[in-house]
Design a protein around this ligand. Structure first.
Ligand code: ATP
Ligand code: MG
Length: 221
């Protein structure tokens, strides 16, 4: 399901207060790629990622997802794509503090027609694979940053999406933990999922097969 962007423009606000965050982005991302989006603060990285993940909408241009023009999708179809095709990972993990590790991971599965037992089997397989089985009954505040990000990555993966979109996934972690998270994402990429990582860290970007540089809302070389 390749991603194809043609001259994407994104403006925020209205009239005089309008600000153009993306100024004509064209790019193609093939299935199974692991891509970094790099650029300075304010260059438009998160804006681009949110557009790719159907969280935000374009002002101009064309976005083709799986050969389909995204502008032709209705809100219901957009939500369906977001919930089934995309897994999001964030800098500060975005875990719910009133829920345990297990419950945080379970949330996206509650929309599916699965029994409690089926959910447990899926979740425990991931907890074991990502070496946080022993943390499953703790709240996010009670585990380390790396463990929180692994929890968030599992939450993104349990619905078996084709894409993982990660916005500064190592930004709140020390160098070593950040690198271990990137190795994890690389392993996930090897299972056939397309991974797009936003970062301003060259070392983190070097874990990816390709780097897309953004400057003032435009791709630069
Ligand atoms: N909702 C919004 N309304 C108005 N302007 C916005 C909005 N979101 C982002 N912007 C502006 O668009 C530009 C790009 O923002 P974006 O968040 O994509 O940058 P970024 O590259 O992710 O930066 P950072 O590295 O700091 O996260 C910035 O100038 C920002 O102020
Ligand atoms: Mg950002």
């Amino acid at each position: 399901m390749p991603i194809l962007l043609k001259n994407i423009v994104k403006r925020y606000g209205k009239a005089e207060a309008q600000f153009s965050a993306l100024n004509g982005i064209s790019l193609k991302i093939e299935d199974g790629e692991m891509v970094a989006i790099m650029g300075q603060s304010g260059s438009g990285k998160s804006t681009l990622l949110n557009i790719l993940g159907f969280i935000d909408q374009i002002s101009e241009g064309e976005y083709y997802f799986n050969g389909e023009n995204v502008s032709d999708l209705n809100p219901y179809e957009l939500a369906e794509y977001r919930n089934t095709k995309i897994g999001f990972v964030f800098q500060y993990f975005a875990l719910l503090n009133d829920y345990t590790v297990f419950e945080n991971i379970e949330l996206p599965l509650l929309k599916r027609k699965l029994s409690k037992k089926e959910r447990k089997i899926i979740i425990e397989e991931f907890l074991n694979k990502f070496a946080i089985m022993d943390q499953r009954n703790k709240r996010p505040q009670a585990i380390s940053g790396g463990q929180q990000q692994r929890t968030a990555i599992i939450r993104a993966l349990v619905t078996n999406p084709s894409y993982i979109l990660a916005d500064e996934p190592t930004g709140a972690l020390d160098k070593k933990t950040g690198e271990s998270i990137m190795n994890l994402l690389k392993d996930i990429n090897k299972t056939g999922k397309t991974i797009i990582v936003v970062t301003h860290d060259r070392n983190i970007a070097s874990f990816c097969d390709r780097v897309i540089n953004i400057e003032d809302g435009l791709i630069s070389l």
